[in-house]
Each structure stands twice: as structure tokens, then as C-alpha cells.
Ligand binder design. Structure first.
Ligand code: ADE
Length: 250
């Protein structure tokens, strides 16, 4: 791997990654398009790390810069998501095997969800990167699960693999959640960036993968659950998963 890009929307979603890169050696910081890109080594893996901010436009613009300016050979997105499937609970981890935009609808010109003129709605995540992320998530839970239960009251977290859906909307009501479940019964989780990155990566032939920790269940309790999870827990999860993932691929 010549250079891996690791991105998230918000600082808590990268855990201690940037601090670790800075402690381990020289990190070049490049400011571009109101974002900082940190170029260096993450646990021995040549990497460029950045925060996209929230939403599909922010994510797509950042992914494009990572590919064209920073010559990223693969992109991994880490962060939190709302659980959509009834089996997915706060504290679980979702690794995407495919991503799609749940709010894209150019019907009747094109089928609902399809990206016009690209002939597809779903974009596959890279199998090898996703396997490595899922293995890192499994190891994190096996090794840290008991401590998580004690510190954060998340008992028995599980790793799910499947469809993650993205849209420019924070889902926080019973009606919106059930509309998503009805339209996309196989959706595991909802967030606001992953499918945008997957589309840009597909267009450029760059492998990508997405790992999300479930911060809420996309219902009326979601805003408070999201904020609590982000402040108290997200960084522990994402540092734990990323450090194991980087060690395995390095
Ligand atoms: N990211 C985390 N929780 C979310 C939710 N409920 N809706 C959209 N994005 C999210």
C-alpha cells in the first residue's frame, strides 16, 4: 500500500489517530478547501488522514482531493451511525459490504435510489479492506468488551456486515426510521457520508471501506444518544478498531 487514506466526519470519530501519527514521526499538514490533511505514517502504514465534516458533498469533495491531490490508493471511512435494522443496537459495529444513498430519487426519470447515468444504486465496499476492518472490530470486542460493559454500559456488542445507507439527513423519528426500513429492509445503519465516498471511489477505481459504531437507533432518542456516544465512547471504539486494523495490514 503506497498510501492509505483514513477519513471521518468529526474529530471524535478518528480516535487518537492524528496524535499517534504525530508522536510516531514527522507529519506534514496540508490545508486545502478548508480542511487539514495529515500526511505521514499511521502505525507503520503510509497514510493521509483528514476530517471531511458532515454530509455527502463534504465527503465527496474530500474523497476527490484524497485521490487526486494526495494519491490515496484506498480510502477507509470511520465513524458513528444510527442503527436501522431491528437487530442493530447502540454499541454494535457495522462494516459495510455495500453503500447507497437513501435520499437520491430522480424518479420517474430513473429508478428510485439509482445514481443517474451511472446505472447503479449500490456501490460495493472492497472485500479485503472490509474483512480486515471486521476482523479488527471482532478483536476489539473480544479484547475490550468486558471493559466497555463496565465503563459504558454497552453489554454484548456485536459486529454486523451488510448495507449501510447515507443521506443528507439526521434520522431521528419513528416515522423516518420506519420509512427507511420499509424502503430498504436490508439496511443495517444510516449515516451521512459513506455512499458518497463509495461513489467517488467507484468512479475512479479506488477501493474503499466503511466501519461505523452505532451511536443511536435513529429514533426520537437519537440526538441525545448520538451526542452522549460521541463525547464519551466513540473515540475508544474507533481507536481500538483502527489500531488493530492498521497493525494487521501494516
Ligand atoms: N449518524 C449517527 N446517527 C445518525 C442518524 N440517526 N442519522 C444520520 N446519521 C447518523
Amino acid at each position: 500500500m503506497k498510501r492509505l487514506a483514513i477519513m471521518a466526519a468529526l474529530p471524535q470519530e478518528l480516535g487518537d489517530l492524528i496524535a499517534q501519527m504525530q508522536a510516531a514521526g514527522e507529519v506534514r499538514t496540508v490545508t486545502l478547501g478548508r480542511r487539514e490533511y495529515y500526511v505521514g505514517c499511521a502505525r507503520g502504514v503510509p497514510a493521509v488522514v483528514t476530517l471531511a465534516r458532515i454530509g455527502k458533498v463534504a465527503a465527496a469533495a474530500t474523497a476527490s482531493a484524497l485521490i487526486h491531490v494526495f494519491e490515496a490508493q484506498a480510502i477507509v471511512f470511520t465513524g458513528v451511525a444510527g442503527g436501522v435494522h431491528a437487530d442493530v443496537r447502540v454499541g454494535d459495529i457495522a462494516v459495510a459490504n455495500a453503500l447507497m444513498q437513501h435520499d437520491l430519487d430522480a424518479s420517474p426519470l430513473f429508478p428510485r435510489f439509482e445514481v443517474p447515468l451511472l446505472d447503479r444504486a449500490r456501490f460495493d465496499a472492497d472485500r479485503a479492506l472490509s474483512d480486515a476492518l471486521a476482523a479488527a472490530a471482532d478483536a476489539f470486542i473480544a479484547e475490550e468488551g468486558a471493559a466497555l460493559a463496565e465503563r459504558f454500559a454497552v453489554a454484548g456488542p456485536r459486529v454486523h456486515r451488510g448495507l449501510i445507507v447515507s443521506g443528507d439527513r439526521f434520522i431521528a423519528s419513528h416515522d423516518a426510521l420506519f420509512a427507511l426500513r420499509d424502503a430498504l429492509p436490508d439496511a443495517l445503519a444510516v449515516e451521512m457520508e459513506g455512499a458518497a465516498i463509495a461513489q467517488v471511489c467507484y468512479e475512479h477505481g479506488v477501493p474503499c471501506a466503511v466501519v461505523r459504531t452505532i451511536s443511536d437507533t435513529a429514533d426520537a432518542a437519537a440526538p441525545a444518544s448520538f451526542a452522549d456516544f460521541l463525547t464519551a465512547i466513540a473515540a475508544t471504539y474507533l481507536s481500538g478498531i483502527l489500531s488493530r486494523f492498521l497493525r494487521a495490514i501494516g
